[in-house]
Design a protein around this ligand. Sequence first.
Ligand code: PMP
Length: 434
Amino acid sequence: MRIDQDISRATSEALYAKAKTYFPGGVNSPVRAFKSVEGSPLFIKRGNGCRIWDEDNNEFIDFCCSWGPLILGHNHPAVYENVVKTLQNGASFGAPTRLENELAELILSRNHYIDKLRFVSSGTEAVMSAIRLARGCTGRSKILKFEGCYHGHVDALLVKAGSGLVTFGESSSAGVPEALANETVVIALNDHEALKKCFEQIGGEIACAIIEPIPANNGLLLQEKNFLLELKELCEKYGVLLLFDEVISGFRVAFNGAAEYYGIKPDIVTYGKIIGGGLPVGAYGASKEIMGFVSPDGPVYQAGTLSGNPVAMAAGIAQLTECAKPGFYEELKSKTDRFVGKINDHASNNGYPFEMVTIGSIFWLSFNGKKRIHSAAEIDPDMSGFKRMHKELLNRGVYLGPSGYEVGFVSQAHSEEDLNRAAEIFCEVLDRIF
Ligand code: PMP
């Protein structure tokens, strides 16, 4: 099949024109604007299983999956039923409900890394609260983060590395005071020397080291396990709390996320995305002792009108019940591996400088040749290959998040047949590009 024409987007374009009069950039979250692929966004009308339809009735196999939350695909019957059943009793009470206990029980009974958690309404809120908790219980103010890891739009983490091996951060967004950015130290991923230097120089002042143990917001920068182990060791030595931001990896690579995948116990964990079954839920958790610092038990204040919202809890309960079934992650991984394998074999047989990097059911399109990269600085900033790929895939009915730095997700709803079809389309597009 050779497709030279772009799909029709007349309705999406009209909606986008209107949206631009309502919202900055026409969107309520920047990456949705299709800026980095130089297109205009598709407005989505509905989703079912692994498919979505836009307002012009174009149909796509979806690998964005709402940026990760939809591990069961769109409109999963168990999630749908539990949401509707719960909503019939009212949307929110601002008082506890048994559903919060149920979701907590589902998580904590399987999780050996944390004793207690607190539900919030987004990944950003989880991270922001976890950072305050780390500062509150250590009495220290500095934070260590890694270049290329994204932790939501928390002031102290909208920070990029300055020059030098161990540097205090520079804010990467207007509106973040330098004084705050200076409390964050940023070093490169997978850089053992910088890590050691950092702890030697200021280890005693750091409240927590925050890392995406599977960095998946700036390419898929898989870390060597021994880097994570070294970080854990140094944290222990210097009394620094190790904070795993598992907003993407939690319930994705294993039920208990990267902590379970690598067998490394963090001191504090943050969750988001999958935990809420497509509705807004985040959480942070830790040992009883650390969580004892959180209000109203302790002095670290944190609250939320809609925290633990019953409808969102119901979606999370339904989704995580499916995820907890035996073999769920093994099956998801093996079908992802087969899908990725087909595309990588095709690229490799034809000598294309392209590889799909994968872990669990996450994949990233790497236009960096065969070189395995582990840090942000190694990514080729030329995204022209991805831009073409994105456009050609859309024209053939495959939807990816509109940025070459973002990862894609396979859900339980992607059947072998869907994945075979998608793999054929990927290969055809690769032939066109190279
Ligand atoms: N942490 C990580 C690792 C994330 O991937 C994200 C979102 N992509 C966040 C935090 C922020 O989550 P949210 O967008 O729900 O605020």
